[in-house]
Design a protein around this ligand. Structure first.
Ligand code: SF4
Length: 326
């Protein structure tokens, strides 16, 4: 089964119904990235990429425009077109051109979800500046904790990321939203929900001065089983601290998923569409039903078939049973 560049739409807490674009081809690897985060919902990376020049055979602007043009015919109520997927989109230096070309054929807002790893590069910031919204990850204000949680490729350092995010914000192009994934652990692994860590995060967020700050915790099964979600009471305490220090109007605590009304998606190959979605974003049965707007009776045999072919597996978590690529 060949995975496609365009997938979804995905129903997300932040973006509503968004069409995903994955601009790094997989080749023989199931997942490649320049981070190997302990909380990654897709499991461990098979190959850690360092820079854009490590990306072999990157997706072209033409391929993206072709994909969007075809998908546009099938979905009529999208909130966003989003560059994301199983790898870091800024590793493809065509990103800015892709955004410009999409604007020629669509007026749907464009978002880039980035792990922030390359934002210290001027060319990457220029690409990001063309989007309407950049959602950038930042997990810590401490180098050691950042290295422990994100496990980046060699040479990627937190201070460069912080400076890069500040520069991006100063460009006054896209809205910049920083996503802070808070974590707890079952052992003494360095995580970011202690008072000391929260204080340091507030310090660097004040320096970056983003438009929005979103606080959340892991809801899907993470790559490492010693990583657990931060309890809701503690999340609320941290959110209150963020509110007081950074301004209530730009801080948002995300606790629950988003429910949306039914859509009008015209499906062509439902098996491929379900697989493409799960490849980029592990989902529960209900989440696939909502994202792709299909009936439960249609989905059940598809998931059964994909599990039988060992394309996906079931993972039990406290939030339910998730389907994840093998
Ligand atoms: S969470 Fe995102 S940045 Fe981290 S390893 Fe997974 S895909 Fe890469």
């Amino acid at each position: 089964m060949k995975s496609r560049i365009i997938y979804g739409p995905i129903l997300s807490r932040r973006l509503g119904r968004s069409l995903g674009i994955d601009i790094i081809k997989k080749r023989e690897f199931r997942k490649n990235c320049n981070f190997d985060c302990v909380y990654c919902q897709l499991g461990h990376v098979d190959w850690k990429i360092s820079t854009p020049s490590d990306v072999t055979d990157p997706v072209t602007t033409e391929e993206v425009i072709d994909g969007i043009t075809n998908y546009h015919k099938k979905v009529d109520d999208l909130d966003y077109i989003t560059f994301s997927g199983t790898c870091e989109p800024t590793l493809n230096l065509e990103l800015g051109n892709m955004i410009e070309q999409i604007r020629q054929i669509s007026d749907i807002p464009i978002c880039v979800i980035t792990n922030s790893s390359l934002v210290n590069r001027k060319d990457v910031r220029e690409n990001l500046s063309k989007a309407d919204l950049v959602v950038a990850t930042l997990v810590s204000g401490n180098e050691k904790t950042f290295q422990a949680i994100n496990r980046p490729a060699g040479g990627i350092e937190l201070q460069d990321i912080i400076e890069g995010l500040r520069e991006l914000q100063k460009m006054k192009g896209p809205k910049v939203a920083i996503e802070v994934m808070l974590l707890d652990s079952t052992n003494d692994y360095p995580v970011n929900s202690s008072d000391e860590e929260v204080g340091k995060l507030i310090e660097v967020l004040r320096y970056i001065d983003p438009d929005e700050i979103e606080i959340l915790t892991t809801s899907r099964p993470p790559a490492e089983d010693f990583i657990i979600p931060v309890p809701e009471t503690r999340l609320k305490e941290i959110a209150q601290k963020f509110d007081e220090e950074l301004g209530r109007e730009r801080v948002r605590l995300v606790l629950k998923g988003l429910k949306r009304k039914r859509s009008n998606i015209k499906h062509e190959n439902l098996v491929d569409e379900v697989y493409d979605l799960i490849l980029r974003r592990p989902c529960t049965f209900e989440q696939v039903v909502q994202s792709l707007d299909i009936g439960k009776e249609e989905l059940a045999p598809i998931l059964e078939g994909l599990v039988g072919e060992q394309k996906i597996i079931e993972i039990l978590s406290e939030n339910g049973t998730y389907y994840r690529p093998t």
